[in-house]
Design a protein around this ligand. Structure first.
Ligand code: ZN
Ligand code: FE
Length: 255
């Protein structure tokens, strides 16, 4: 049985996620943009928070951590490399770390690019990857600290996960990400279809995350920089994949 997964909208366009193991009662939250909606979701499910998982140091992912820790006594887990700029960690993680929620072991994936200490959490049995602002629905995070080469390598790690993996990213940016994607991958019918599906979901007030990796592989331009059709569309038919990725990311910054 997969862990129960609850997507929680926070602030204007952030997401937090709850993970719950019914047998042990262990319950984790991934990122804490604000405490209120998370406490409300815990209350609604009658779950007791045991673990707070942090992906990276930006305020819109950590600013509710201390309130939640004080309210629940949960353990806080985050990147050892970023311990100096994260809330106090009860467990400092690197890529060799693993921890469990109930009986399910999670893997820590280093995901530099958006920030240098960004990590992701992968639950292989349930098939969830919490990627926050690294691999995002239809896009990837802005490169505030890392290089394009780092982010490209990060995204390649996610691209190699099983295609049915659910990508749980940190923001509701899908609409604008896909609008940009169409400018660098214009002859992609899967992308056109996804744009229409996303518009319908948003019109109905639904979240567009999580999303299957298989969908990202066919529509996310940052996972498609190796394709001749994308290289041609950005005017770099003979460039290597990292150069094409770099060009796509730079264009998005000006989009
Ligand atoms: Zn961020
Ligand atoms: Fe963010």
């Amino acid at each position: 049985m997969p862990l129960e997964l609850v997507t929680i909208p926070c602030l204007s366009d952030n997401y937090a996620y709850l993970l719950h193991d019914p047998d042990s009662g262990q319950t984790a939250v991934v990122d804490v943009p604000e405490p209120g909606p998370i406490l409300a979701a815990l209350d609604a499910h009658q779950w007791r928070l045991t673990d707070i998982l942090i992906t990276h140091h930006h305020p819109d992912h950590i600013q509710g951590v201390e309130t939640l820790r004080a309210a629940t006594g949960a353990m806080v887990l985050g990147a050892a490399a970023d311990a100096h700029r994260l809330p106090r960690l009860d467990l400092a993680l690197d890529e060799s770390s693993s921890f469990s929620i109930g009986r399910e072991f999670a893997r820590v994936i280093d995901a530099p690019g958006h920030t240098v200490g960004h990590i992701a959490f992968y639950f292989p049995q349930s098939g969830y990857a919490f990627t926050a602002d690294s691999l995002m629905s239809g896009g990837c995070g802005r490169l505030f600290e890392g290089t394009p080469r780092q982010m490209h390598a990060t995204l390649q790690k996610f691209a190699s996960l099983p295609p049915e993996t659910l990508i749980c990213s940190g923001h509701e940016y899908t609409t604008s990400n896909l609008r940009f994607a169409a400018t660098v991958d214009p002859d992609n019918p899967a992308l056109a279809a996804r744009i229409a599906e996303t518009a319908a979901a948003r019109a109905a007030g639904q979240a567009t995350v999580p999303v299957k990796l298989s969908v990202e592989l066919t529509t996310n331009p940052y996972l498609r920089a190796h394709l001749a059709q994308v290289k041609a569309a950005v005017g770099l038919p003979d460039a290597d994949d990292v150069a094409v990725f770099t060009e796509i990311r730079a264009r998005k910054d000006k989009f």
